[in-house]
Design a protein around this ligand. Structure first.
Ligand code: SF4
Length: 280
């Protein structure tokens, strides 16, 4: 049952990380307006059962007024809220408190910071000051660290980080290790309306059909991409549509992502937006 909606407030980001699932960069297009955030929240209410609304990206603090307004609307509707940020905005610990104070006042229940070498973080990085300020204010913070072993090979990681790593044949990856595609308990939604059960894997468009209808009509066994993934993982997907490489794959997501990217022209509504596959 759906319990979390992660609003991709923008695909734009201050960084262009090699391991980014969504291929975000300062040039990425696609940002929510206040009206569109309100529409997502209304649809989440109508759906029932949704408890959490997250604001993430990209880097959601790039659109700080919309993010704070979205947090306020979500809080007023009774949702628990969270944000994910790289902390680029912390010019000093003292100033970081100014950015964080409205979030404290809005009872944001989870403030997660991306803090690792892959995010360009060093001992003097802004995110360290942001974390220190959040700790001092007693905010509910989490730290997301992606070291080399935790990289999942989707998005830009496939193109930037997979070279030279040990590989396995497609038959090795007989299940999706991370997502419950039959009964998702969380989805990501973007400003184009895409409702994604994994990055770039779409089950409907919120601007065309309300979320409650998308979920009522969604059946993984009839979805052209989710059906083979639930039956036999990326191995089945590649078996059905053709393996995209004969060099083997680093992990299940690597095989899944490459197979899906080769199918973009065939299933433009189910595999979107193109930019998360590294294509314009
Ligand atoms: S195997 Fe595919 S659907 Fe599953 S988490 Fe990896 S990329 Fe997503």
């Amino acid at each position: 049952m759906l319990s979390q909606i992660h609003i991709l407030l923008t695909y734009g980001c201050t960084f262009e990380c090699d391991h980014c699932f969504l291929y975000c960069s300062p040039r990425s297009k696609g940002t929510f307006t206040r009206a569109r955030i309100a529409k997502v929240l209304d649809q989440a209410c109508e759906m029932g059962g949704v408890e959490w609304i997250y604001f993430e990206g990209g880097e959601p603090f790039l659109y700080y007024p919309q993010m704070v307004e979205g947090l306020r609307m979500a809080r007023d509707m009774g949702f628990a809220t969270g944000v994910v940020t790289n902390g680029y905005w912390a010019t000093s610990e003292e100033d970081a408190e100014i950015w964080l104070r409205p979030l404290a006042e809005l009872d944001v229940a989870d403030i997660s910071f991306s803090d690792d070498a892959l995010h360009g973080s060093s001992e003097t990085a802004p995110v360290k000051m942001a974390i220190a300020a959040a700790e001092k204010m007693g905010l509910p913070l989490g730290v997301i660290r992606v070291d080399g072993e935790k990289v999942k090979f989707r998005g830009r990681a496939v193109d930037k980080l997979s070279a030279g790593l040990p590989r396995h044949p497609a038959s090795h990856f007989g299940e999706c290790p991370y997502e419950d595609l039959q009964s998702p308990d969380r989805v990501h939604v973007d400003s184009f309306g895409n409702v994604q059960v994994c990055q770039g894997l779409v089950i409907g468009n919120m601007w065309e059909r309300p979320l409650a209808r998308i979920f009522a009509e969604y059946d993984a066994t009839t979805h052209a991409i989710c059906a083979p993934l639930t039956e036999g993982g990326p191995a089945r997907l590649a078996g059905l549509f053709g393996a995209p490489s004969d060099e083997g794959y680093v992990d299940a997501c690597h095989l899944c992502f490459l197979t899906r990217r080769a199918l973009l022209e065939r299933y433009p509504d189910l595999l979107a937006p193109r930019q998360v596959y590294g294509l314009d």
